[in-house]
Ligand binder design. Structure first.
Ligand code: PLP
Length: 398
């Protein structure tokens, strides 16, 4: 399923290829079954049925009621809708939101936008492994708190947050709890009931579905304003003609992901741990970012001292390996990742981070090939680094 057989694709947290079975399930909805679900003739009624059946499949996967599933254009829209929608609908009640310092920008930038609209936001810190402390969440609650938003699992370092404890605290205080489950859905078990979740975001392209389609789960009775205004789709809560093929694709992909989750999760955890220990033993001065065990099955994030993450990516690409780093070159200045800064990494280590996220197509041979390549890449870049002088430890591995 790799986009190109020659590539070793290890960037599944960025996106995944759409499964052939999913593409096949979607195809009829581009041509012969193209009816608008809001129209009244038979191909339109057929489309409506298909949307409702997809809603049921997704609800089953989350332990929700189908009427609590709302289709969106993806994770970004779902996060925007959850935060803005709940904040605005509850403005008279309160003006305070709690989130964490390591959320995706779809949450963080929305929270910052709400601050400009007069809301107050508490960004709770995380410990060095990226875990939010539920006790700190509870201590941050005031009588003006209208929303708590904490991600299920982090997209950079893979840490899985204690959302059940956080959900229970939110529930005890009568505060809606939103979780950005974009990296978690289809990869680890989720239950909106067991975890006391009020709103949950997910996105199909992170679990072998198509891009541009997502879901916001909204618990029955939640006060939330629409984000998009227009037609009466999604029971008057999310306007816009439904992305019919996308909805079919999302439901098909989630159904497969949930059915194969246990076996695939075990396989990926093995490959992940092989990759982590392989890098740690072959490349001196490396450290694992994120929690050693409470982490997504396919996530590896290492800091490689004395190296720029971007240089590493370029050399890895030369070997056909697609990976990612925590630093992003924006407007000429290298900004280290807010997540790596929040777990307390110094700038140098945050700049030298390498994220490898494993998925279905990755094999042990590929992991071993990456382990063969990385020490040479690190040595080559370190040889050019003015900050680096080899120690005895390095000599053992050359
Ligand atoms: N939230 C998290 C944790 C993500 O990892 C992403 C995408 O990388 C998003 C939200 C945004 O999702 P989408 O790409 O579907 O807009």
């Amino acid at each position: 399923m790799t986009p190109d057989r020659k590539l070793i694709y290890m960037d599944h947290a960025a996106t995944t290829p759409t499964r052939p079975e999913v593409v096949e399930a979607m195809l009829p909805y581009f041509h012969e079954r193209f009816g608008n679900p809001s129209s009244l003739y038979s191909i339109a009624r057929e489309s409506k049925k298909v949307v409702e059946s997809a809603r049921e499949t997704i609800a089953r996967a989350l332990g929700a009621d189908p009427m609590e599933i709302f289709f969106t254009s993806g994770g970004t829209e779902s996060d925007n809708w959850a935060l803005k929608g709940v904040a605005l609908a509850n403005r008279k009640k309160g003006d305070h939101i709690i989130t964490s310092a390591i959320e995706h920008h779809a949450v963080l930038h929305t929270a910052e936008y709400l601050e400009k609209q007069g809301f107050r936001v508490t960004y709770v810190p995380v410990d060095p492994s990226g875990l939010v402390d539920p006790g700190v969440i509870e201590d941050s609650i005031t009588d003006k708190t209208v929303l708590i938003s904490i991600m299920t699992a982090n997209n950079e370092i893979g840490t899985i947050e204690p959302i059940r404890e956080i959900g229970s605290i939110a529930n005890n205080h009568g505060i809606p709890f939103h979780t950005d489950a974009v990296q978690a859905a289809g990869h680890i078990p989720l239950s909106v009931k067991d975890d006391d979740i009020t709103l949950l975001s997910l996105s199909a392209h992170k679990f072998y579905g198509p891009k541009g389609i997502g879901v916001l789960y909204i618990k029955k009775g939640t006060r939330i304003d629409p984000l998009l205004h227009g037609g009466g789709q999604e029971r008057n809560r999310r306007a816009g003609t439904e992305n019919l093929a996308g909805i079919v694709g999302l439901a098909t992909a989630l159904d497969i992901a949930v059915r194969t989750m246990n076996e695939e999760g075990d396989r990926l955890r093995n490959l992940r741990d092989r990759l982590i220990s392989g890098i740690e033993s072959a490349v001196p001065h490396t450290r694992l970012n994120g929690h050693p065990t409470k982490r997504l099955p396919g996530n590896v994030n290492m800091s490689v001292e004395f190296i720029e993450g971007e240089s590493m990516l370029l050399l890895l690409e030369g070997h056909g390996i697609c990976a990612s780093t925590g630093s992003a070159c924006t407007s000429g200045s290298l900004e280290p990742s807010h997540v790596l800064m929040a777990i307390g990494l110094p700038h140098e280590l945050a700049h030298g981070s390498l994220r490898l996220t494993l998925g279905e197509a990755n094999t042990q041979e590929e992991v071993d090939k990456v382990l063969e390549v990385i020490p040479g890449v690190a040595a080559k870049l370190r040889a050019m680094s003015p900050l680096y002088s080899p120690t005895e430890k390095d000599c053992h591995v050359q």
